[in-house]
Design a protein around this ligand. Structure first.
Ligand code: 3PG
Length: 219
């Protein structure tokens, strides 16, 4: 398996897909692959989610498929059985985190406070989903939290209320590994089967990350 953390940092964006119809999974996957995206998350919030994960995992396309909204160890196990290769959770559920660490499954747990971030780092987690980023004050809060934890080198994946315009703001921050969100799989475009539209958003977002990250590398 590819290193999901390295891929996230290079691509800089992680689509969060709330899929209602698993038959759309392949067209969506094609759109992302054509754009050059190498990781996506399907949230366990619908009946269709596990079938969609399975369809993507079985496709042999160059895609790292993650399960999102993972709340229990059982959901984690079922996602793995269906082919998911990494887990994203909305909160710091230590049972899920420990299961993933024990089974070498990459996991990105959600944290929204300094206490949770510290606990996640203590458990051996390095990449943290900062959620819900926009409601918690966005980049200003990320910067404030980086101060005391900098020596532990946390990497944040801000999520929640992120959109294309957020990329320019967050990408120059070295400890922001990537941005995740449903702006890359808008409900109306999915409903209308507008996979061309989804591919265009993905392309623009990837380009925006690369351009704004370059500033960081001093290029
Ligand atoms: C999640 O599932 O992590 C969030 O609901 C995504 O938030 P967004 O829809 O604002 O991107």
């Amino acid at each position: 398996m590819n290193d999901i953390y390295q891929i996230l940092e290079e691509d800089g964006i992680l689509p969060i897909v709330n899929i209602q119809d698993a038959s759309k999974a392949k067209a969506l996957l094609n759109a992302y692959c054509k754009a050059g995206i190498r990781a996506m998350e399907v949230t366990l919030r619908s009946e269709a989610a596990l079938s969609a994960i399975q369809a993507i995992a079985n496709s042999k396309m160059p895609m790292n498929i993650g399960a999102g909204t993972v709340l229990t160890v059982d959901e984690c196990k079922r996602s793995l059985k269906h082919g998911a290769t990494f887990m994203v959770t909305p909160c710091l559920n230590e049972k899920v985190v420990r299961f993933c660490l024990d089974h070498s499954v990459p996991v990105i747990p959600g944290c929204s406070t300094a206490t949770e971030i510290f606990r996640a780092l203590e458990l051996g987690i390095n990449v943290i989903k900062f959620f819900p980023a926009k409601n918690l004050g966005g980049l200003d809060t990320v910067k404030a939290l980086l101060g005391p934890f900098e020596k532990m080198n946390p990497k944040f994946m801000p999520t929640g209320g992120i959109n294309e315009a957020s990329i320019e703001e967050y990408a120059p921050i070295p400890n922001v590994i990537a941005l995740a969100g449903s702006w890359l799989a808008p409900r109306n475009l999915l409903l209308n089967n507008d996979f061309q539209g989804i591919e265009e958003i993905a392309l623009r977002s990837l380009r925006a990350w690369r351009e704004n990250r370059r500033i960081l590398a001093g290029e």
